[in-house]
Ligand binder design. Structure first.
Ligand SMILES: CC(C)(COP(=O)(O)OP(=O)(O)OC[C@H]1O[C@@H](n2cnc3c(N)ncnc32)[C@H](O)[C@@H]1OP(=O)(O)O)[C@@H](O)C(=O)NCCC(=O)NCCS
Length: 168
């Protein structure tokens, strides 16, 4: 099993390369928006401390880019999660999310948010399995509530939120 550790700024290149490689086999956000746009260096420069990498002796197998909001002291946000397609379905993303929840709760955060592209059934199913609810939007795609133009014109998103910490 890969070992989990805190991310470092020096991981940036490897993570972008992984996202490129893995996107070829997935319809996820890296596939639709392009890994360099989804993973600009700033996420590792300024949020490595709240991001996680799972790796073994052969390299990175999964990672999570997350942050603690500067504006809402109870909120944390998961920007991206990616798992090597060969290793999917074995609990790697669950492990990364669970570790992120624990660390965020220890830091006083009470809520985690995330978004996904409409029609990305895998991302919706994964977030539901991880205890997230869908925040009601203004229309539905494939039975899931969606926020129109959330990330800009034509960039609709499904928005997720989950409570963390005591009693959850
Ligand atoms: C979505 C993704 C992160 C899941 O990673 P993973 O390591 O395979 O997920 P896990 O094995 O930890 O699964 C955790 C839970 O999510 C569910 N799940 C994961 N992928 C799923 C899928 N494609 N369809 C339905 N459920 C799924 C699992 O059944 C599991 O539920 P359980 O623990 O209750 O049995 C991975 O497929 C991936 O990297 N996809 C491409 C990038 C992407 O879509 N990122 C998320 C967009 S925000």
């Amino acid at each position: 099993m890969p070992m989990m550790r805190r991310a470092r700024v020096s991981d940036h290149r490897a993570l972008v390369e992984c996202a490129h490689r893995w996107a070829g086999r997935s319809p996820g956000p890296a596939g639709s928006r392009g890994p360099s746009l989804v993973l600009p260096r700033l996420f590792l420069q300024f949020f490595a401390g709240t991001s996680l990498v799972a790796e073994d002796s052969t390299g990175v197998k999964a990672f999570l880019i997350g942050l603690h909001s500067a504006d809402s002291e109870e909120v944390a946000y998961i920007h991206f999660v990616g798992v090597d397609p060969v290793l999917r379905g074995r609990g790697l993303a669950r492990g990364l999310y669970t570790a992120f929840f624990e660390r965020a709760a220890e830091a006083g955060r009470r809520e985690v948010r995330a978004v996904a592209a409409p029609g990305d059934g895998a991302a919706v199913a994964f977030h539901r399995a991880m205890g997230f609810g869908v925040v009601e939007g203004d229309h539905e795609v494939e039975g899931v509530s969606v926020h129109r133009d959330h990330d800009g014109p034509g960039q609709d998103r499904v928005c997720f939120r989950r409570t963390i910490g005591a009693g959850t």
